[in-house]
Design a protein around this ligand. Structure first.
Ligand code: CP
Ligand code: NVA
Length: 258
């Protein structure tokens, strides 16, 4: 069920399911009686009688959680305003392919403290890598997620205002769009606020010479990342995109394997 657009997540989940021998039914936000206010708890219980798993991309995190509460089949979060956990799994796979064990690494996040940043913070709380996020004032990650992750993390999770400080000792540099889906009305303001946070060659030169660049895509070249950085040999965005296919197979097998 996709209530927001998707290229990679939708197609890779569908290709993964077909690749494993299963089938999919795609529902956009317009297709179901949810659009006419059918309660989520009814939708969840009905869907669970037809399908073996539900992949959901939507706005509020509480929507996914309510579906999961009432569904007797697995509900997989394919992005909410608060989280993008499946993406972070493919990103971590990509980092491990390039750098080896992730727990020894220092990961930098430059830009919005958004759903991607929140999911990276949760990963840092579990996997032991150091994480430094450079976000402008007013665009920090979710404070409750940050606090919970700091309680379990083995290494620091730091928020700074300074992108150069964040990338200085980083093995991996991450960025994402300045205005996420649902924030289209804020684009003009955000372009001004985030301008000093652009991942360009000047910023990349301040990182270690072997640091790699991650971007979950879609990218807005000339905004959060320049064309030169996105096309740079040390940018692994298209490996991340490929790994979504493999990770989504793994997620489906983990939850559906019998
Ligand atoms: N990275 C990602 O989730 O892309 P889509 O929005 O195209 O699914
Ligand atoms: N933060 C972005 C990620 C897109 C994959 C968004 O939510 O639009």
């Amino acid at each position: 069920m996709f209530e927001k657009p998707s290229t990679r997540t939708r197609v890779s989940f569908e290709a993964a399911m077909y690749g494993l021998g299963g089938q999919v039914i795609y529902l956009s936000g317009r297709d179901t009686q949810l659009a006419r206010n059918e309660p989520l708890k009814d939708m969840a219980r009905v869907m669970a009688r037809y399908v073996d798993a539900i992949v959901v991309r939507t706005f509020g995190q509480e929507i996914v959680e309510e579906l999961a509460r009432y569904s007797s089949v697995p509900v997989i979060n394919a992005l909410t305003d608060l989280h993008h956990p499946c993406q972070i799994l493919s990103d971590i796979q990509t980092v491990i392919e390039r750098k080896g064990a992730i727990d020894k690494l220092h990961i930098a996040w430059v830009g919005d403290g958004n759903n991607m940043a929140n999911s990276w913070i949760q990963a840092a709380g579990r996997l032991g890598f150091a994480l430094t996020l450079a976000c402008p004032e007013g665009y920090d990650p979710d404070p409750a997620i940050l606090q919970a992750a700091r309680e379990t993390s083995l290494r620091p999770i730091t928020v700074t205002r300074d992108p150069a400080a964040a990338v200085k000792d980083a093995d991996v540099i991450n960025t994402d769009v300045w205005a996420s889906m649902g924030q289209e009305g804020e684009e003009a303001v955000r372009k001004k606020v985030f301008a000093p946070y652009q991942l360009n060659m000047a910023l990349l030169r301040q990182a270690a010479p072997e640091a790699i660049v991650l971007h979950c895509l879609p990218a807005h070249r000339g905004e959060e990342i320049t064309d030169e950085v996105l096309e740079h040999p040390r940018c692994v965005a298209f490996d991340q995109a490929e790994n979504k296919l493999h990770i989504h197979k793994a997620i489906l097998l983990t939850h559906l394997g019998r």
